[in-house]
Design a binder for this molecule. Sequence first.
Ligand code: 4NP
Length: 159
Amino acid sequence: MPQISILFVCLGNICRSPLAEGILRHLAAAAGRADEFLIDSAGTGAWHIGDPPDSRAIAVAAEHGIDISTLRARRVEAADFDRFDLILALDRKNLQSLRESAPAGASARIALFAEHALATADDVPDPYFGGRAEFEDVYRMLYRGCASMAGSPKDEPPS
Ligand code: 4NP
């Protein structure tokens, strides 16, 4: 039974949020905490519904040993605001979209990824019109945040 359910949200759900989903799932498993997390991703835009992640996102994840190729894009829906404990927007524009579309009285906490996971106020930049370097930068930023969210391995000896 998961202890926390987390939805990552970007614009298209083909670059940043599927990377975040794959990375956190990978790190939670590596920490022996896979069962504690329910992890998903979605987009605020509808252009890519049903599409796999962008080939550059699939490639950067694969280079780091993470397979996100089977994920498929979907749009955020009203039920998400009660289904998830925590909805993390990858940038401020999507944070604003989420806040505007959240049904009144919904239970999910909505926050900016960087504020929750990195203790900074930085947007995770949209890499869609960038190249390999932009995707690698996004990967690294997401990895740092997700590592702090996944915590240390359960079987790590006490220090
Ligand atoms: P994402 O990137 O929000 O990180 O998935 C984008 C993907 C597609 C578009 C924009 C950003 N688009 O304009 O189609």
